[in-house]
Design a protein around this ligand. Sequence first.
Ligand SMILES: Cc1ncc(COP(=O)(O)O)c(C=O)c1O
Length: 401
Amino acid sequence: MTSLALFGGRAVRQKPFATWPIFDDSEKRAVLEVLESGAWGGYSLKVPELEQRFAAFHEARFGIAASNGTVTLEAALAATGIQPGDEVIVPPITFIATATAVLRAGAVPVFVDIDPLSFNLDPKRLADAITLKSRAVIPVHFAGHPADLDAIIKTASNHGLAVIEDAAHAHGASWRGRRVGSLGHFGSFSFQQSKNMTAGEGGMLLTSDEALAEQARSVCNQGRRTGGAWYEHVRLGTNYRMTGWQAAILIAQLERLPRQLERRARNAAILTEKLKATGVLAPPAVDSRVTAHGFHLYVLRLNTEALPGISRDLIVEALAAEGIPGVSGYPYPLYANKVFASHPYLCRQCPEAERFCRECFWVSHEILLSSEADLDDFIRAVEKVRDSAAELASMPAKATR
Ligand SMILES: Cc1ncc(COP(=O)(O)O)c(C=O)c1O
């Protein structure tokens, strides 16, 4: 007789983990201040304050706040001068926006496989994908693990490509002592509800290039120029402005980020040590050049030899029943999405991305803000599922599995 919660047994964990978002009186006061100021929109003084603080924290010269982390990518591509038909290299393991921003510029996303350990764009495969039409590369710091910016920036600059870091998962992460988002031509961040800093929605571009900053700001603000007249529009722009509400909340969230980064890193190290001992789930590997991991996601790989006959989705389901909220993640690499049936794209062989979608899943960053006793529940649940593996493997496959 099994005691697996999936089959009706008692779950290891009876209470929820830490919830997200986290806020206190600072967010409440910030929202009230904006309310009473009467300047609620994109011209609230809270917006430049956030831009300056966020840029300074990430060691970049300029910050351009925007309404979300999708339009920041679109604005970066526009500011970089990407034209219809240009090729932009992207990884296939990321959120759809990384590639659809390229499509929306009329350009062609070129999918290049990931590195199996960092899950980021594999720099060894980058040069082979570069053609006469290549104009930019968008490395994603997936899960908060910085991409290999040394190799990517070197190859990109050898071929005259712009580097737009998609740092939507990587607030505060650093690569060899430098905060990510400040090393490429642009760094793009998201403040959507699930992100490690959030105002529900929001985005930020970072750059240290003054001309690029001006272009991006103009794209986000109806083609206006800094110092220009209100009804003077010097380029094709749109309204991607962030509101004062978002900026005020994000200033408070930024204050809390360093402590949360430390706590996530400490708990991730504890979880990693304990998970290794279970033998069935490989914890995330961290490149020795990573000086701070953002840990937006804690990505696990199923050891398929240790758990024969058990799919990624089944283990996620079994753990969820024990009270461990894992996410199966991407069902397939980005290029397999239907949107690409009607839009041009190019794809190199991506066996590691395919394997990622069969074997990897993740838990979200708020789990890493829990107590050590909470993490012990996580381990106990993994051990319990491991010890009932034979029974789990005999479970009839669902149609969807
Ligand atoms: C890697 C990545 N890039 C871009 C985005 C888009 O950000 P937003 O949801 O703020 O538009 C996301 C959001 O999930 C993301 O995960």
